[in-house]
Write a protein that binds this ligand. Structure first.
Ligand SMILES: [Zn+2]
Length: 493
């Protein structure tokens, strides 16, 4: 069946199921969903995995209940719609809180990831020789393990719903990571790594990997930092300032701002799996989440990020809006149905419209609320050097090695790859095994410096997991260098 015929059949089936009594129907037709993962261990090819899939996911809302069905067989389209409708009708008999999508105008649009070189046009041979060169750059006598990997992903998706919306998306994302490991003087394994990032601007294709600033030029630095790390003293326990580089800051934001602000989580839909949120419906407009220096946005259309997709899986166009405005919580990461449920529960209109956060990982999974690009906005405290210069006693940390987060995201403990000691405004020596911990709200209240645009990077996340059954999602976080004061660091002996 050609693409055009499938699209036509989708339209007629949406009309049919709507006329039978569905209050809302939508369809995501994944014309192509391909990925390629290449992993080198110590220069040897450890994995060369490719996936190619296509299919259709149908959602039907009937008397306040969702039904979902999916098929990879285009000739089974009609049955797929019937299954989704039957599932919804069955579920509607048990509904306690009826769901509603509200009313929205039809949306016609398209979104294409800006790409200079489609990574799928680069031959396997060329990709492997590039990765081998990267691996070679990490080689040194003291390095006992080297890992270099790359992941390429592309999706061509057609969306239609019963409101007349029609959206086409062509998405490409590229991930790259290099890791070098060595033993320290206590025989403990230390690692230093670097992952491909973007400035938020520019194109998101193969050219990112070969860009020395964004990825390929960092091997020498990674190696030399590791050589110092294995000779370094461990960080001693104590309260001090902690300066997070974006390599660490993005995970801080992801775990303690992104996840707790997903509205389905706030409404209790994730309690059986990854947990809840300390945020509740009364928090919006009131809760002081952090100091005046903390402003956080959600934006699913940053020019260059794996969390950019233009329109979410409810068909909502992405907009740039604030979640936290100068320290005050003002909005959440939302989908249409969750916005309606939250407003009904609260008996007032907390949320004016969907934040465009309904996303599914594939055609055979139904969309759930999940963070788009959640970003800390750049501040007025200058460069990283300026922030260090204004720090009496602290550490600069980068890249996570361990994380542990309370089920309601109210507290956390992170271990990082590396720390640089800061004394009286100067970076002094490297310290190993740095950790820091805190209570989310107290921690963000202690945010005392936010770096300017020059420190802001979009870090990429290729494996955020959520939902039952699990859905793995790709996103980005734009984060500047950020400083927190009086933080518990290191481990008490
Ligand atoms: Zn996550």
């Amino acid at each position: 069946m050609t693409e055009a015929i499938v699209k036509k059949e989708i339209s007629s089936n949406i009309a049919r199921i709507s006329s039978e009594g569905a209050s809302y129907v939508d369809v995501r037709f994944y014309i192509d969903d391909s990925s390629e993962t290449l992993v080198l261990y110590d220069g040897d090819l450890e994995a060369n995995d490719t996936t190619v899939q296509s299919g259709i996911g149908v959602r039907v809302l009937w008397d306040g209940a969702w039904g979902f069905a999916a098929s990879s067989d285009p000739s089974g389209l009609e049955a797929c719609f019937d299954n989704a409708a039957m599932n919804a009708r069955t579920a509607s008999r048990l509904v306690k809180v009826p769901l509603s999508m509200g009313k929205c105008d039809a949306v016609k649009g398209s979104y294409t990831t800006p790409v200079e070189i489609d990574p799928f046009t680069i031959s396997l041979k060329d990709k492997l020789s590039f990765l081998s060169r990267m691996d070679n750059d990490l080689k040194e006598d003291f390095v006992i393990k080297r890992i270099v990997y790359a992941i390429f992903h592309k999706m061509k998706i057609h969306f239609q719903n019963s409101e007349g919306s029609e959206i086409n998306k062509d998405l490409v994302s590229v991930f790259g990571t290099m890791i070098a490991m060595a033993l320290d003087s206590d025989g403990e394994m230390q690692r230093r790594s670097m992952s491909l990032y973007s400035t938020g601007n520019g194109t998101a294709g193969w050219e990112m990997m070969t860009n020395p600033e964004l990825f390929s030029g960092h091997a020498t630095r990674v190696k030399s930092e590791l050589s110092e790390l294995i000779k370094a003293e461990p960080l001693e326990y104590g309260r001090r300032s902690v300066i997070l580089q974006p390599g660490q800051g993005h995970l801080q934001v992801h775990e303690t701002i992104g996840h707790p602000l997903e509205l389905d989580r706030i409404l209790g839909y994730e309690l059986s799996y990854a947990g809840g949120s300390f945020v509740n419906l009364d928090s919006f407009g009131k809760l002081r989440y952090g100091s005046d220096k903390l402003s956080v946005s959600s934006y699913g259309s940053i020019e260059n990020s794996p969390g950019s997709f233009g329109f979410d899986d409810d068909g909502t166009p992405e907009r740039d809006y604030l979640l936290i405005d100068r320290g005050i919580l003002v909005n959440a990461l939302t989908s249409r149905a969750m916005v309606n449920e939250a407003n009904n529960k609260a008996g007032r209109k907390i949320f004016q419209q969907s934040g465009g956060a309904a996303r599914a990982t594939s055609f055979y999974r139904a969309p759930i609320d999940r963070m788009t690009n959640v970003n800390i906005l750049p501040g007025n405290d200058g460069t990283e050097e300026d922030i260090i210069a204004s720090t009496e006693d602290g550490i600069v940390v980068d890249n996570p090695v361990s994380w542990s987060i309370g089920s309601n995201r109210e507290h956390f403990h992170f271990g990082c790859e590396i720390a640089w000691e800061v004394k009286n405004g100067k970076k002094t020596r490297i310290l190993r095994n740095p950790t820091y911990q805190g209570h989310t709200l107290e921690f963000y209240a202690s945010l005392s410096a936010v770096g300017d645009e020059s420190t802001w990077k979009v870090e990429q996340v290729n494996n955020c997991g959520k939902g039952e059954p699990n859905q793995v999602m790709q996103i980005g976080h734009g984060v500047p260098v950020i400083k927190f004061d009086d933080v518990i660091t290191g481990e008490r002996k």
